[in-house]
Write a protein that binds this ligand. Structure first.
Ligand code: HEC
Length: 226
C-alpha cells in the first residue's frame, strides 16, 4: 500500500511538471508579444525599436466590430471559415490570395476569442476586408449568398434583416441595393433593411485585414497573390 501511494505521488509529480513545463514554455515564447509599428528602426545597440507616432498593429477592434466578432461566433461562421494563412509548404493559401503574408501569433494578441477555425468549406477570411470592401456586397451576401455568388454552399442569414413595406414613413436609406434584374430582388414595394446585428457583423468582416508588416512577418505578395 505504501509503495502504491509513492507510485501515485510519482505519477502526480511527472504529470504536473510536464503540464507546467508546457504552459511556461509557451508563455515564455508567446506571452510577451506586443503590438508593433510597421516601420521598425534599429537603435545603436542593434535592437529593433518602435517608431513613435506610427499606428500600432494588430489594431484593437472598434466597439461595433467587437459586437460583430461575437455575432460571428454565435452564428457559427467559424464552422466553415478559417482565419489563418498557412506557410507555402503547408498549402496554397498565399497563391489563393487569402493574405499577402502568412499569419503569425502576434496577429491574434488583441483578440479575446481567437477564431483560427478548423475547416474550410468557404475561403479563409483573415483578409476578407481587403478583398471585399463593399458594405452592400457583404450585406447582400449575408441576406442570400446566391445573389452575389450563384451556386454558393453558404447558408443565407435572412433573419439578420427586416422586410418592410415601403410607405411614406419608412426610412429606407440603408436598404439593400439589389443588382438590376436579380431573381432574388424583392418586389418594388418591399425594402430589405439590415438589423444592428448585420451591420456589426459586416463592420467586423470589413476590418479583417492582416496586410500590415510585423517584424517577423513582412507583406510579400501583392493583391493578385503574385
Ligand atoms: C456551411 C458553410 C458556411 C457557413 C456556416 C458560412 N459560410 Fe461564408 N462562405 C461559405 C462558402 C462555401 C463561401 C464561398 C462562396 C460564396 O462567396 O458564397 C463563403 C464565402 C464567404 C465570404 C466571401 C469570402 C470571399 O473571399 O469572397 C464571406 C465574407 C463569408 N462567407 C462570411 C461568412 C459569415 C460572416 C458567416 C457567418 C454568419 C459565414 N460566412 C458562414 C460557406 C459558409
Amino acid at each position: 500500500m505504501n509503495h502504491f501511494s509513492i507510485l501515485l505521488f510519482g505519477i502526480f509529480i511527472i504529470l504536473t511538471s510536464s503540464f507546467l513545463g508546457l504552459i511556461s514554455s509557451s508563455l515564455n515564447q508567446l506571452g510577451n508579444l506586443k503590438q508593433s509599428t510597421e516601420t521598425l528602426e534599429l537603435n545603436d545597440a542593434g535592437d529593433l525599436i518602435l517608431v513613435e507616432g506610427d499606428p500600432l498593429y494588430p489594431m484593437k477592434l472598434s466597439g461595433l466590430s467587437e459586437q460583430g466578432h461575437l455575432e460571428y461566433i454565435k452564428l457559427g461562421c467559424v464552422n466553415c471559415h478559417t482565419q489563418q494563412v498557412r506557410r507555402e509548404e503547408l498549402g496554397k493559401d498565399l497563391e489563393r490570395g487569402f493574405g499577402q503574408r502568412v499569419t503569425v501569433p502576434r496577429d491574434y494578441i488583441m483578440q479575446a476569442n481567437v477564431l483560427l477555425g478548423y475547416s474550410r468549406i468557404g475561403p479563409d477570411l483573415s483578409s476578407v476586408g481587403a478583398r471585399k470592401t463593399d458594405l452592400n456586397w457583404h450585406l447582400l451576401h449575408l441576406y442570400n449568398p446566391q445573389i452575389t455568388s450563384p451556386g454558393s454552399l453558404m447558408p443565407p442569414f435572412p433573419f439578420l434583416f427586416e422586410t418592410v413595406e415601403i410607405s411614406e414613413t419608412t426610412a429606407t436609406d440603408n436598404a439593400l441595393v439589389f443588382p438590376e434584374g436579380n431573381p432574388y430582388s424583392p418586389k418594388d414595394s418591399i425594402a430589405i433593411i439590415p438589423t444592428k446585428r448585420a451591420i456589426a457583423l459586416v463592420e467586423y468582416l470589413l476590418n479583417l485585414d492582416i496586410n500590415y508588416n510585423l517584424p517577423e512577418a513582412v507583406v510579400t505578395k501583392n493583391d493578385t497573390g503574385e
